[in-house]
Design a binder for this molecule. Structure first.
Ligand SMILES: *Cc1c(COP(=O)(O)O)cnc(C)c1O
Length: 432
C-alpha cells in the first residue's frame, strides 16, 4: 500500500509522497503527516551493526516514499544524502555526542536538504513550469538548502534571512553561490521571514506565475530523512540493553520530531529532551499545556531562535494529542545564554571538547537529566560545527577554531543579496 499523507488541518485531500514533497505545505495550511507510522523490522534493530548505513536508511525511508520513487533511484538518493561520516563521540561512560556537522555546510540540515533536493529534482522532471523553492532561514537552513539545490535543473531557490542575525559563515554560505540560488536579506526577524514566506504560499497571484514549494523543515522530504541519524546513533550505541536518552537542540522542532517518529517505528530510545534556548514556547507548553507563540528573542544559538515552532503540531499528532504519553517520552528545557556560555567552557575544560552553542545547550540539558536519573546514559546532538560560531566559541574556550578549507574558500567569495523590508508586498513584487 502506498503511503498517504493527510493535512493536520484535515481540510485538504490526502496525497502521496511525491505530491506532499512538491506542495510543501498542504493547501489548507496544515502540515502533511503520514497516515500510519510504519513498524521497522525488529531484525534491523537487533542486528543493526550488520547493516550498512545506506541499507538502514533506505529501509527506514522506503515505507514513506512508497511508489513515488523506484527502489534503485531511492538507493542513489540515500547514498548521496549520507555521503559523509556521522560519528558518535564518547565524552565519558555516560555522555556521547552525535556529530551531525560533517556535511557540506557543516550542519545537520545538510541531511534533510540533500535528500529533499534530490527527491524534488527527480519529481520536477515531468513538471513543465519552473519550480521555485521559497525558504525562510534562521541560519543553517539557508546554507544547507542553497548547497543542496545548487545547480539542480529546473529549480530556482529564493532564501529569506534576517539581516544581521545569522553568523558570517552562515551568511556567506547562502549568499555566495549564485546561479539558481537567490538570497533576500530581510530587515527584520526570522519570524518576519517565515510570515512573508507563509503569505506568499497562499497568494493566488504569485501561484499563477510561479510553482512555489518550501524547503523548510515542514516539507516531508526534509523532515523524514532526519530519522536516519537516530538509527545510526543506535547502531554505534555501546550499551544496547540500556537505550540512550537523546537531547536535541530544538528550534522549529523538526529534528526532534523525526527522532520521536523513529522511536514510534521501533527504535529503542529511553527519553527525548528538547533542549531550547531562551525561546521557551515548548518548555512552557510542557508546563502549562498551553501553546502560546511568542516573538523570538535573539540568542547565541540563533538557529533555535523560533517563537512559533511549526513542527510541534506533528509531535502532538504522533502522540494522538495525548499529553500524558507525550510527557512520558519527551521533556523540554530552556537554557539561557549565560548557561550556554558556562556549558561551552565546561565542555572544553572537562572533556577537551569544543562544542558549538547549540550543541552546548543540548549537552547541558542532557547533563541535568542524567543527574536526576541514576543509571541513565545519553547522547546530545551536535547540530553545527563550532567554526560557524567562532566568536562565542573562541571567547569561552580560549581556543581558536580552525576553519575547514571549504569554509575558507566561501569566506573569500563576494556576498550577493537583495535587501528588503519585512513586508509581504515586497516579496510579492520580487516574485512577480
Ligand atoms: C536548525 C537548527 C537547530 C534546530 O532544529 P529544529 O529542527 O528547527 O528544531 C538546532 N541547531 C542547529 C545548528 C540548527 O541549524
Amino acid at each position: 500500500m502506498d503511503m498517504k499523507y493527510y493535512s493536520t488541518n484535515q481540510q485538504s485531500p490526502a496525497v502521496d509522497f511525491r505530491e506532499a514533497t512538491i506542495n510543501g505545505q498542504a493547501p489548507d495550511k496544515g502540515l502533511y503527516f503520514p497516515e500510519k507510522i510504519p513498524v521497522i523490522d525488529p531484525d534491523l534493530i537487533s542486528n543493526m551493526e550488520k547493516y550498512s548505513d545506506e541499507e538502514i536508511a533506505s529501509r527506514v525511508i522506503m515505507p514513506y516514499t512508497g511508489e513515488s520513487i523506484p527502489g534503485d533511484k531511492l538507493m542513489q538518493i540515500v547514498k548521496e544524502t549520507i555521503s559523509f561520516p556521522i560519528p558518535l563521540i564518547r565524552l565519558d561512560e555516560s555522555v556521547f555526542s552525535l556529530e551531525l556537522f560533517h556535511g557540506p555546510t557543516l550542519a545537520f540540515k545538510d541531511i534533510g536538504a540533500r535528500f529533499m533536493s534530490r527527491c524534488l529534482g527527480y519529481f520536477v522532471k515531468d513538471v513543465d513550469k519552473k519550480v521555485t523553492v521559497l525558504v525562510a532561514t534562521s541560519g543553517d537552513t539557508g546554507g544547507a538548502v542553497a548547497s543542496g539545490f545548487y545547480n539542480v535543473d529546473g529549480i530556482e531557490v529564493v532564501i529569506l534571512y534576517p539581516s544581521g542575525k545569522v553568523s558570517p559563515v552562515q551568511e556567506k554560505q547562502l549568499t555566495t553561490l549564485g546561479k539558481n540560488i537567490h538570497a533576500l536579506e530581510i530587515e527584520g526577524t526570522f519570524d518576519d521571514c517565515q510570515q512573508m514566506v507563509k503569505n506568499a504560499f497562499i497568494d493566488d497571484e504569485i501561484k499563477k506565475k510561479r510553482f512555489l514549494t518550501s524547503a523548510n523543515s515542514i516539507n516531508v522530504a526534509r523532515w523524514l530523512p532526519q530519522q536516519f541519524y537516530y538509527f545510526f546513533a543506535y547502531k554505534q550505541w555501546p550499551d544496547k540493553n540500556n537505550p540512550p536518552v537523546i537531547s536535541v537542540p530544538s528550534g522549529n522542532f523538526g529534528n526532534i520530531c523525526a527522532g520521536l517518529l523513529a522511536f514510534h517505528s521501533g527504535l529503542p530510545v529511553q527519553h527525548f529532551i528538547a533542549a531550547c534556548n531562551s525561546n521557551d514556547v515548548i518548555p512552557e507548553f510542557m508546563r502549562t499545556q498551553k501553546f502560546e507563540s511568542k516573538k523570538a528573542v535573539p540568542t547565541l544559538s540563533n538557529a533555535m531562535d523560533v517563537g512559533n515552532p511549526s513542527n510541534f503540531i506533528r509531535i502532538l499528532e504522533i502522540f494522538n494529542h495525548q499529553f500524558p504519553a507525550l510527557e512520558k517520552m519527551m521533556s523540554a528545557v530552556s537554557i539561557s545564554d549565560v548557561e550556554t556560555i558556562a556549558a561551552i567552557s565546561d565542555l572544553y575544560h572537562r572533556y577537551n571538547y569544543i562544542p558549538d552553542p547549540h550543541g552546548a545547550v543540548g549537552w547541558l540539558a542532557l547533563k541535568r537529566w542524567l543527574e536526576d536519573h541514576e543509571g541513565t546514559k545519553g547522547i546530545f546532538l551536535e547540530t553545527a560545527h563550532p567554526v560557524k560560531f567562532p566568536e562565542a566559541v573562541e571567547k569561552y574556550t580560549g581556543k581558536k577554531v580552525d576553519m575547514p578549507i571549504t569554509v575558507q574558500e566561501i569566506m573569500k567569495s563576494e556576498k550577493i543579496s537583495i535587501k528588503m523590508k519585512p513586508a509581504c508586498e515586497e516579496l510579492k513584487n520580487y516574485l512577480l
